[in-house]
Design a protein around this ligand. Structure first.
Ligand code: ATP
Ligand code: MG
Length: 439
């Protein structure tokens, strides 16, 4: 904040108006550390460039009046007061025009809590009772909600995202506007949908928000809708699929790929439902179905390949039974790698948190699995080829020529080390292979 004040001061000293505005003011009042600092001013971009002539400047947003100034290693987005023109694509104004008044600039902002400005001369400028809404935990549009959502449909997703991040309620007219305009969410680009949904999912109140606003989220993620109210008719489950999913989301760390895996892990269930003779519901094959659907959804949202791979792998194995035996755990560690296997344990744990505890047997088995895993990792036991104390060159020295054969022998050695049939020591390993006539 101190650096931000220095930046403001430089603009004020040059004779212009300048305020911190939007998210950083909101976060400051909430005693949170702002993610970024936005400054609004009556100075034009070229004026700002003159004020900061001896600083690094990034001119990417200059068309919209934004100049980014790097000041003491922090980026400040400095934007000229703006008035937005007509919005014909429900996403971006056809044109923006600069304005000479702060009033115009605050009127174009989305929510009252995001429409406050601050500088040391005037203190807090709050035309829309944003501070009151902040204290009462309310999200309210600036102006008429239905119109504001119609102008820019992205605001509807931002609304749900802020509700998840801040745990705020949505004011009644804003709720109505949201339901009225929700179909316009189809106009929002896939990239922005995935960005906002990821932030929503990583919020502290994500589970509650997903359940409360499922019909709105269903416009951008139609595949999640069938989970709503889908009864499981199984003693292991006390929630319907959607409410179960919400608990799983809230029970896993707020890291994007984990939260996406939680949201989508059971998405295939409604398509795999069967009822047995006793009237008990089953979902055979749901993990594979969910994986296929998740891949389609995330690709559709243009998510990066690494995230898609992580999410789909976690979903594929989330329901696989794993015995808490060191040799078996090592095989999983070898197959998935340490990070993914540890993520999988987190997903399994969160999945259980959303089930019926019954007699706690599943919880005990999972705790055991985690213990065995921790032991293996903490004591640095061997579970992958690169941990093995022999390598391809050792085998070549013994005359193994064929590359594929080298691989086969090393994997055989690894398997036996993991089963404790032979110690992971060079001499012993070579002896073991000689005895087996493999070298
Ligand atoms: P975050 O903490 O995620 O950065 P933020 O509120 O700062 O949240 P930004 O995208 O950085 O969000 O936008 C900065 C400010 O710009 C907002 O606080 C709001 O005043 C305004 N704003 C951003 N997007 C919109 C929009 N789609 N419609 C109207 N105003 C917007
Ligand atoms: Mg911001």
């Amino acid at each position: 904040m101190d650096i931000a004040k220095k930046v403001l001061q430089k603009i004020l000293d040059a004779g212009y108006e300048a305020y911190l505005v939007g998210g950083c003011v909101r976060d400051y009042l909430l005693k949170k550390i702002p993610k970024d600092f936005d400054i609004t001013t009556n100075a034009l971009p070229e004026d700002i460039e003159k004020v900061f002539f001896d600083y690094r400047i990034i001119r990417t947003g200059i068309k919209h009046g934004t100049v980014t100034v790097i000041f003491e290693n922090e980026a400040f987005e400095i934007t000229t007061y703006r008035r937005d023109g007509v919005y014909s694509d429900h996403r971006r104004p056809d044109q923006v025009s600069f304005s000479t008044s702060l009033v115009d600039d605050l009127a174009r902002r989305d929510f009252t809590i995001n429409a406050m400005a601050y500088n040391e001369i005037e203190g807090l400028v709050d035309f829309y009772e944003g501070q009151k809404d902040l204290e009462e935990g309310i999200l309210r549009c600036v102006g008429t909600p239905a119109l504001r959502f119609k102008e820019d449909a992205l605001r509807m997703l931002r609304l749900l995202r802020f509700s998840s991040e801040l745990g705020f309620k949505v004011e009644e007219q804003t709720v109505q506007g949201l339901f009225e305009q929700k179909s316009l969410l189809e106009k929002v680009s896939k990239e922005r949908i995935s960005e906002e949904c990821t932030k929503l999912l990583c919020g502290n109140n994500a589970g509650k928000v997903v359940v409360r606003w499922i019909d709105v989220l269903g416009v951008v993620l139609p595949e999640i809708l069938p989970m709503k109210g889908f009864k499981q008719r199984n003693p292991h489950h006390k929630y319907d699929v959607l409410c179960h999913t919400a608990v799983v989301i809230d029970s896993i760390p707020a890291i994007p790929h984990l939260r996406w895996a939680a949201l989508l892990h059971d998405i295939g269930k409604p398509w795999c439902y069967t009822v047995d003779k006793r009237g008990i519901g089953h979902f055979y094959g749901h993990a594979n179905e969910s994986e296929i659907m998740a891949e389609m959804i995330l690709k559709g949202l243009k998510m990066d390949r690494d995230t898609i791979k992580k999410v789909t792998t976690l979903i594929r194995y989330h329901d696989v039974r794993m015995e808490a035996q060191p040799a078996i755990v090592k095989e999983w560690l070898c197959k998935l790698g340490k990070e993914t296997f540890e993520d999988l344990l987190l997903l399994k744990k969160a999945d259980l948190a959303g089930q019926n505890p019954l007699n706690g047997k599943k919880d005990r088995k999972l705790a055991e699995l985690c213990n065995v895993t921790n032991n293996i990792l903490e004591s640095g036991q061997c579970y992958q080829l690169k941990d093995l104390k022999i390598n391809g060159n050792d085998l070549i020295e013994y005359g193994v020529k064929d590359g594929e054969q080298v691989g086969r022998i090393l994997r055989h050695a690894l398997k036996n080390v993991m089963k404790d049939q032979v110690a992971n020591e060079k001499e012993e390993l070579l002896q073991f292979l000689k005895e087996g006539r493999l070298i």
